[in-house]
Write a protein of this length. Structure first.
Lengths: 355, 335
């Protein structure tokens, strides 16, 4: 029975299950504390915010899997949101798809620069993206003209897109932003689970040296990971603009920390080679749910959000180090034992044959 | 070893060259640059960051990182301000601020060295969490009106034209230099950064060294936070945000490897001087603070990218020459 279970469950999945359990617990707790908590309004707000963070977290997870970091995503989201918003204000006739492509294109360009410097310039990713974070943000602040985009100046379709209901389940609406996030999540979960490219990310992250000797084109794979990460941040920038409308040059400041926190709480290792998109999504969901709930909970001030968030990250990684690693050991030990028992059987059979 | 020493030397040579260029450019472009007052201002405006950069050098050489220093600075100041608001004697407030640094440093150090977590994650949690506590304490108030002597220490010159913080920086620099380059403890920091396992098998108490480093880092950060409070005359929940990035930039630009094991305080001092002079020069030319940060970010990347590319070119060239020599050798044998 236990062996059967072990064959179908991995410790990582156990971890994701416990995260789901925790999210339900948070949900029920605040539901009993806050009046009107299960209303469509809060549902919409949480899902839209989660969608933005999750899209960035998807890109970040790809990069984290290869044992690299991208600290510049917050700046990329800010720069794309602001630039696209500004362009739409100046040229209201722009076709929506062009605006979307502009956002993604900007993201790709910035991701490409990151990737080239890191994969081919051999600059440590922490140093490189620390630098580009400052560069991109200062480029945004140096943007000519007035430093603000106002919702009322944006074309009608942007506001429509933010409010539109794609389809409804019961009372709850799914907005286009949320649907976009979900589609991206499903695509990239499949990519890292089944495509050769996705598996190679894990290979590079778990042992870069072995991957290189094994003949994987590491630089190329890491470069593509950064480009996708940039594209995702660009897409998130577009969603950010649609969601908020009013934009300043400090938009999405510090988002990189939130995104990395989401990934880490969801079990993506910063040492590379381990983690899933489901985990990153659950991490983003949990952090956002906590933030939105604390904002509405009147018992303690919402200034507690970040203090609790820090504690949450610490607890998550400690549990990872202490419990999940031990579980993993048990799993592999049992695996080895089974193997050795089977080997013994084979040896015995051979011996009996000889006899 | 000799090769590495050679490279390090040339690295510092490069920094010195850049520094001289920056100083010459500044001196020729603005007449105010070479006044004593401007030279003091140049240090005074970023004095807390460069104090933190000193201890950051130790941490990075030890192959760890401390992202929480900015938040610890803010938290220490906020604890001090929070207690001051409630009419606790001022000296007790200051001590409580320093104690905050020791406690946060001990938490970081314990998680890294005894639980065995990655310092990037632990101090990332600290970066978010300690800042969160600072916001909880002061909410969105700004607390000022400290005793007059405190403000004076932060804002007025103490000995000659030199303010207190600047004197402290140079004293700390000398202490750090002695510890890192000439003492046994400094050797431990390098050895652990080079290869943690080897250090452990050679009988170095790795955990204790790391623990001590993080506690000192927290303490220095808290101290810098209090200096900042004295200089600004008031504290808010978001004071000193982003200091960690500048401190890391200063260390890495100074030639400290982000993977640990190499680096020197002399290089870090040069990079500090470069960054300060660059900022000062740009400030005198009316370049905004954000653009200055961008330029320093570019300098950071180029400082690692440039030597890497140069190394790449040299490698290819050497390989070609070796191949060429091989062919020539075969020809001679054949002939």
């Amino acid at each position: 029975m236990m062996e059967q279970l072990k064959r179908y469950f991995r410790p990582e999945q156990l971890r994701e299950l416990s995260l789901v359990f925790l999210i339900v617990l948070i949900f029920l707790f605040f539901g009993s504390q806050i009046q009107g908590y299960f209303s469509p309004r809060i549902f919409n707000r949480v899902t839209s915010d989660v969608a933005i963070i999750a899209v960035v977290a998807i890109g970040e997870t790809l990069v984290l899997l290869t044992r690299n970091y991208d600290l510049s995503v917050g700046s990329i989201v800010g720069i794309t949101a602001f630039t696209v918003g500004k362009q739409l204000t100046n040229y209201p006739d722009m076709i929506p798809i062009v605006a979307l492509l502009l956002a993604i294109g900007l993201g790709v360009a910035m991701g490409l620069l990151n990737g080239l410097v890191i994969a081919y310039g051999r600059v440590p990713s922490l140093v490189a993206t620390l630098g580009t974070m400052a560069i991109y943000r200062s480029a945004l602040v140096a943007y000519p003209g007035n430093k603000i985009v106002v919702t009322n100046d944006l074309p009608e379709w942007v506001l429509e897109l933010g409010r539109m209901q794609l389809f409804t389940i019961g009372e709850f609406n799914i907005r286009p932003v949320v649907a976009g996030g979900l589609v991206m999540f499903i695509i990239f979960q499949l990519v890292i689970a089944y495509l050769p490219y996705g598996r190679r990310l894990y290979a590079i992250g778990s042992n870069p040296e072995a991957a290189r000797i094994g003949g994987l084109p590491s630089s190329q794979i890491v470069l593509v990971a950064y480009i996708i990460c940039g594209a995702m941040a660009g897409l998130a920038g577009f969603m950010f603009m649609v969601r908020y409308g009013d934009l300043t040059v400090t938009g999405a400041l510090g988002m990189e920390m939130q995104v990395i926190a989401a990934a880490v709480v969801g079990g993506v290792s910063t040492n590379g080679g381990s983690g899933t998109m489901i985990g990153a999504l659950l991490g983003a969901l949990m952090i956002n749910l906590l933030q939105q709930s604390l904002l509405r909970w009147l018992v303690i001030s919402d200034f507690w959000v970040n203090a609790l968030l820090g504690l949450l990250i610490l607890i998550a990684v400690t549990i990872d180090a202490v419990i999940i690693n031990r579980l993993r050991d048990i799993w592999t030990q049992r695996g080895l034992e089974i193997k050795s028992v089977e080997e013994k059987k084979v040896v015995k059979e051979r011996e009996s044959h000889v006899a | 070893m000799l090769h590495r020493l050679e490279r390090l030397k040339s690295w510092e040579g490069l920094l010195l060259f850049i520094l001289i260029l920056v100083i010459l450019f500044n001196a020729f472009s603005t007449p105010h640059y070479l006044t004593v007052q401007n030279q003091i201002n140049l240090f005074q405006l970023h004095i807390e960051k460069i104090i933190v950069a000193l201890i950051m050098t130790f941490i990075i050489i030890n192959a760890e990182i401390d992202l929480s220093v900015g938040s610890v600075m803010g938290l220490a100041g906020c604890v001090m301000a929070f207690m001051f608001e409630r009419d606790v004697p001022f000296v007790v407030c200051l001590l409580a601020g320093l104690l905050t640094g020791i406690v946060t440093g001990a938490i970081n150090g314990f998680m890294v060295s005894y639980v065995g977590l990655s310092s990037l994650i632990v101090t990332l949690a600290g970066l978010i969490g300690y800042r969160g506590v600072a916001h909880v304490l002061l909410e969105n108030r700004s607390v000022g009106n400290y005793p007059e002597w405190f403000d004076r220490l932060g804002q007025q010159p103490l000995i000659g034209p030199f303010p207190l913080a600047m004197i402290i920086f140079f004293v700390l620099l000398i202490i750090a230099l002695v510890i890192l380059q000439w003492s046994g403890a400094g050797r431990y920091v390098f050895v652990i950064g080079n290869n943690r396992e080897v250090a452990r098998y050679s009988g170095v108490n790795v955990r204790r060294v790391k623990m001590a480093l993080f506690i000192v880092s927290g303490f220095i950060a808290a101290f810098a936070g209090l200096l900042l409070a004295a200089r600004l005359g008031s504290m808010r929940g978001d004071t000193a945000q982003g200091t960690e990035l500048e401190a890391i930039t200063m260390a890495v630009l100074g030639g400290v490897s982000i993977f640990g094991g190499t680096g020197s305080l002399f290089g870090v001092l040069l990079s500090i001087l470069i960054i300060l002079n660059l900022r000062n020069g740009m400030g005198l030319l009316n370049v905004t603070g954000e653009t200055q940060t961008g330029v320093i970010g570019a300098l950071l990347i180029l400082s690692v990218l440039g030597p890497n590319m140069w190394q790449g070119v040299r490698d290819t060239w050497n390989r070609r020459r070796r191949v060429h020599r091989l062919h020539v050798g075969e020809d001679q044998k054949g002939g």
